[in-house]
Design a protein around this ligand. Sequence first.
Ligand SMILES: [Mn+2]
Length: 353
Amino acid sequence: MKKRVSKLKLILERKKLDACLIANFRASILDPTLFYFSNINYLTHAALLIHVHKEPVILTAELDYHRAKEETFISDVRKTENVIEDLSSILREFKVRKLAVNGRFLTYETLQKLKGKVEITDISKEIYNLRAVKDSEELKKLKKAVEITKKAINEVFTIVKPGLSEKEVAAKIGYAMKKLGADDLSFPTITVSGKKTANPHGVPSQKRIKRNELLLIDCGAKYENYCGDITRVIVVDGELSLKQEEVQGIVKEARKEAIKKIKPGVTNFEVDAAARKVIEEYGYKLIHGTGHGIGLEVHEEPIVSYKKYKGTEKTVLKENMTFTIEPGIYLEENFGIRIEDDVVVTKTGAVVL
Ligand SMILES: [Mn+2]
């Protein structure tokens, strides 16, 4: 983890910036990057300042002070009653003029408070590029998160029966993941059935699942801050129709082609194109990206998509990047099938977690 701080310092040096601030001033907007550079779990009313040439400093409220000291390797942990005031005095003490921030988590409120004191540069792009390539410690946690997720889905699939509501299935998934060791959910579980499977981001309701209906489960366990994300579809107490079987076959082929494409040096655009091409060849359309990075956040870099889609940037894949591959086909008012797996880029290809 100290290596991560050194890598950030190199970025600061290259960009001629004095320090980087990771601010967690609001409990509802917590930047996982604070954990990434400090190993401190949940920390609110806190700040981490990494100066290009000095030891990092953590400011935290008294209620988290002892835990923070226990969890981190950073020696300079300071108590604060007013984080913005104390941060300002450290910025003066360290003579920080050019301050880097993670723009994706810095609120407008914080920005206003810092304005005039320092010149602010958003280095979120560099931070997310750093986070995209996982170290061995991160890979271990991710593997465990995915393992728990898959086991939970399999457990629930064996007990799911007609008459259960979508919300009940979601609750069973949550319970199974926690029982298997998950700390939390990566995101609210999607359990949708029947026609509702045609919405990629359907919301579980009190709807009862009927015999012979499709059930789509998209869920993820969070294990030691790392997020799994898996999607599976089954028929509850019945069989796939011919149309459903055809669509499932195409989705499987798209998944296979995308995974086959992955190796270091290949771009995210090429992987996306491999899945998209299969689906389009059969006359269907992929209405979302093929995948997204997973790690401390359930959606992060690299985004496996193409330029026109939400302005995705081209990225060259590197060893130890981790992301989902999740092609899907959705037939409005009818049904949808998506298969999602989590992969890690290896020296020569990809391994499905
Ligand atoms: Mn996903």
